[in-house]
Design a protein around this ligand. Structure first.
Ligand code: TRP
Length: 454
């Protein structure tokens, strides 16, 4: 029996610390690796518009709901529901979130491992003089291997474990504060280089000129999944982080700043990638390798490319790390508070279980590429199940919970810091969580899963 129930909870140390940690969670491979490739596969501009609509109508209310639940309950993703709605099945929403954390980190760590490999390739100047097809082959050869991708994936898991073990203030907050702003600077430089390549206009048109004839129901479901994934919503990451936010801080300000930062970085990643994709004749629907093939191409075309490549991949790995710790933290906070396992041991057990799943994700590009379930390889299956199913479903229940169970009075109380902040937007928020967001998520689900055909 541990005494964790009696020790005061760890909290974030400052307002900037909260934003850095939450934005650190949101900004990650989802923005730089996933957004461009999913947008590329789904036709570009029209996907972007639907994605932005989902961020505003669904993402913002879900994020506000998660923070409110967590801060009010002062518990982990599962414990929060148990505390706020005792004796009800609502805690199952948290259970689903913890399950989603396992799936997400299993494939996330695989891709994060790729960034480590690309750091090492940058160090050895491996991209120099290679053309598009050689870089493509280089990527393909690497991910279809066995030991190399596994080695990097496990190393990345070790970094994640190391930070999560250190706890909130000394671990998560310390690292995010410094490194995130640096990443933004590098992306801006990449945007400039990409935009000045010959033929850049075509890439911009692809990203910003919507062609709604390309918008399939799959693309709409994909946009919803991407909105959830990118903002770290739907599985209790932000419930958990919300529980570390002091009662004196303004939640709505945090929501706006985190969502805006996340969205701007995703769009900037798109601006860095697509002009180059078209300039180099890369297929925008290339898939998960898109950034790993396109960016080395850009680095080669710029002065100081060796240096920029190295710094970029280091920062991308760090961005992945500040996200992966927030995924692992969901599981660890649950293990510690509900199962009374020590933080150290909880972190190890969770990471070990996730790594086992992770091995299958990595091998699904190589020796296990023939193995498919519902027509998807293991990596894609984990991603699809978590991002397009579990996260939106979790988000649906989270807004319903705030709208109909926690209710207007308690929600207003939490959001307004016990009535000390003015919350003129509150009726709009309530309307969104009670009706609009649940309706929109349900509709996208029904069509996206093909339960009904347009
Ligand atoms: N949002 C992160 C990214 O864009 C990934 C992530 C972190 C996440 N925590 C999450 C995704 C919780 C879903 C749920 O890379």
């Amino acid at each position: 029996m541990s005494n964790s129930d009696f020790t005061p909870r760890d909290t974030f140390g400052s307002k900037f610390g909260i934003i850095a940690a939450a934005a650190g969670s949101a900004v990650g491979l989802g923005n730089i690796w996933k957004f461009p490739y999913v947008a590329g596969q789904n036709g570009g501009g029209a996907f972007l518009i639907v994605y932005l609509l989902f961020i505003i109508a669904i993402g913002l209310p879900v994020m506000m709901s998660e923070f409110s639940i967590g801060r009010r309950a002062q518990r982990n993703a599962i414990g929060s529901f148990k505390k706020l709605a005792p004796g009800s099945p609502w805690y199952l929403v948290g259970v689903m979130g913890v399950a989603a954390a396992f799936l997400i980190l299993s494939f996330y760590s695989a891709v994060a491992g790729w960034t480590l490999e690309y750091i090492s390739k940058s160090v050895t100047n491996a991209f120099a003089g290679k053309n598009e097809s050689e870089l493509n082959l280089m990527f393909g050869n690497f991910i279809s291997g066995t030991w190399r991708p596994l080695f990097w994936q496990l190393l990345f898991m070790i970094f994640t474990v190391w930070i999560v073990m250190a706890g909130i203030k000394k671990g998560i907050e310390k690292y995010t504060k410094v490194l995130m702003p640096l990443l933004v600077v590098i992306i801006i430089i990449l945007c400039i280089r990409s935009l000045t390549l010959p033929g850049a206009g075509e890439g911009l048109a692809f990203l910003f000129r919507p062609d709604f004839s390309k918008l399939t129901t799959d693309a709409v479901l994909g946009a919803l999944g991407q909105a959830f994934f990118s903002l770290s919503l739907g599985m209790g990451t932000l419930i958990t982080y919300g529980s570390y936010i002091g009662k004196q801080y303004n939640l709505s300000g945090t929501v706006i700043q985190v969502s805006a930062t996340d969205t701007i970085i995703a769009i900037m990643a798109g601006i860095a990638i697509f002009p180059a994709v078209f300039a180099f004749g890369i297929d925008p629907a290339e898939g998960p390798g898109l950034v790993f093939i396109t960016l080395p191409n850009i680095f080669q075309q710029m002065p100081g490319g060796y240096f920029f490549a190295l710094v970029f991949f280091v920062l991308l790995a760090v961005a992945a790390l500040t996200s992966s710790i927030s995924v692992l933290e969901v599981v660890v906070a649950y293990f510690v508070e509900e199962l009374h396992i020590s933080r150290k041991r909880a972190t190890m057990i969770a990471a070990l279980m996730i790594s086992v799943l992770g091995v299958f994700c990595t091998l699904s590009f190589g020796v296990m590429s023939e193995v498919t379930i519902f027509g998807l390889g293991f990596f894609n299956l984990m991603d699809f199940t978590a991002s397009n199913l579990l996260l939106p479903l979790g988000g649906l229940f989270i807004v319903l919970f705030v709208g109909w169970v926690l209710g207007a009075e308690r929600s207003r109380n939490e959001i307004s810091n016990q009535g000390t902040l003015r919350v003129g937007y509150f009726p709009v928020f309530m309307f969104l969580v009670k009706f609009i967001a649940p309706f929109a998520i349900t509709l996208v689900f029904i069509y996206g899963l093909g339960l009904l055909r347009l």
